[in-house]
Design a protein around this ligand. Structure first.
Ligand SMILES: [Ca+2]
Ligand SMILES: [Ca+2]
Ligand SMILES: [Ca+2]
Ligand SMILES: [Ca+2]
Length: 386
């Protein structure tokens, strides 16, 4: 037996069998040597030498794969088996009896356990995991297999567990209610406001990147479905409508009943811009004033409301005896300085007969001047839109 001869040598004189090479229990567990003995003459006899090799723990456990991968959804309530692992050890019992353990976990180390199921090591997750607490949704474990030798040998393998996001967070607007004021002169297509919602789900599928905005409440405004920018669609007129209450929604990428929605209101008030020149309404206004009325006699002479009720100011012109009528002065209100300062400089209106030093700006209560019976006073009443 050539193989045996490599390893065993027989001393022809003493009969000692000596081991010459290394034995490996895993390659050859038993050797049978046939030994021939011959005397000085021609007699000879044979005998057998059987050599049993005993195992020593010279093999480390070997995993069947270089790495393992498992996956899991977040928030799973029941324990989940996520990975099956197997290692082998070429030694014989008890040197090949393997014990598995998780030696490290990048996150949630207490959440994982490892048990033997049908000769495999199975990693289970025992508690719900939060995808939003796991960077990139990946958890990295190290699993070690240790044999039963003395001393024991061990090996380790990386295990990656991928967590999948569930849509468990709704979009939430930065404010429950946006309250803004804009001038009514704002142009069509101008930006009014950016609304913004956040969604804590960490995946693109269900999180921030999935949000779609929408708006209802008025066709005068539109909302960019992705950017949250609210713009006007038309010119606005405060005198036609001075306040808009819009509802904005943000929906995430959840499917069907799992989709989640955030809602906020947008309250838009239009600020008045002086875009209406006063105009006379129903002129002339005829008022009878009793002769010899006290100078301070207060009369409300404007029809349809108290003078100055809506912030207009009136100016009375004192009647000169040589003139049949008081003349009215129409105020063009583009410039408040011009409106209020009309009586303080040079006359603003040609042909005006009243003396400037008799002018007075009438604040409430409206002060009339004394007048002559039967003469007509003309008073002004700016008539803006109602
Ligand atoms: Ca061995
Ligand atoms: Ca979560
Ligand atoms: Ca979400
Ligand atoms: Ca989630």
């Amino acid at each position: 037996m050539s193989y045996s001869l490599i390893r065993f040598v027989l001393d022809a004189e003493t009969g000692w069998v000596t081991l010459r090479g290394k034995l490996d229990f895993e390659l050859m567990r038993r050797y049978t040597l046939t030994i021939l003995a011959r005397d000085g003459g021609v007699e000879e006899t044979t005998g057998r030498l059987r050599v049993n090799v005993l195992d020593v723990n010279d093999n480390s456990p070997i995993f069947q794969k270089e790495s393992y991968m498992g996956w899991l959804r977040e928030n799973e309530q029941a324990a989940q088996q996520v990975v099956r692992i197997r290692a082998t050890d070429e030694d014989s019992p008890p040197n090949n009896a393997l014990i598995y353990s998780i030696t490290s976990a990048s996150l949630f180390p207490g959440y994982f356990s490892i048990t033997m199921v049908e000769g495999h090591a199975v990693i289970s997750v025992n508690s719900p995991l939060d995808y939003e607490a796991v960077p990139d949704g990946m958890i990295y474990l190290t699993v070690m297999a240790k044999d039963g030798g003395n001393p024991p040998l061990n090996s380790s393998v990386p295990v990656t567990i991928e967590l999948f996001d569930e849509n468990d967070n709704p979009p939430i607007f930065s404010k429950p209610s946006y309250i803004i004021k804009i001038p009514e002169s704002i142009g069509a297509g101008a930006t009014v406001l950016f609304v913004n919602a956040t969604d804590k789900d960490a995946s693109r599928e269900f999180g921030q990147a999935s949000l779609i905005y929408s708006l209802e409440g008025s066709s005068k405004f539109r909302l960019n479905a992705r950017s949250g920018e609210i713009t006007t669609t038309a010119l606005l007129d405060r005198e036609a409508k001075s306040e808009y209450i819009l509802i904005v929604r943000a929906v995430d990428g959840g499917v069907g009943p799992l989709q989640k929605t955030g809602i906020a209101t947008v309250n838009i008030t239009l600020l008045d811009i002086n875009d209406n020149a006063p105009i006379w309404r129903d002129e002339p206004y005829d008022v009878n004033v009793v002769e010899m009325s006290p100078i301070d006699n207060r009369r409300h002479l404007s029809p349809g409301g108290r003078p100055g009720q809506r912030g207009e100011r009136y100016r009375g012109l004192q009647h000169q005896p040589s003139e049949p009528l008081l003349q009215h002065q129409q105020q063009h209100g583009k410039d408040p300085h011009q409106r209020h300062g009309a009586g303080q400089g040079e006359p603003q209106h040609q042909g005006h007969t009243a003396h400037e030093n008799h002018h007075s700006v009438c604040h409430r209560p409206w002060k009339t001047t004394s007048a002559v019976l039967g003469q007509h006073h003309r008073v002004c009443k700016p008539a803006g839109p109602q």
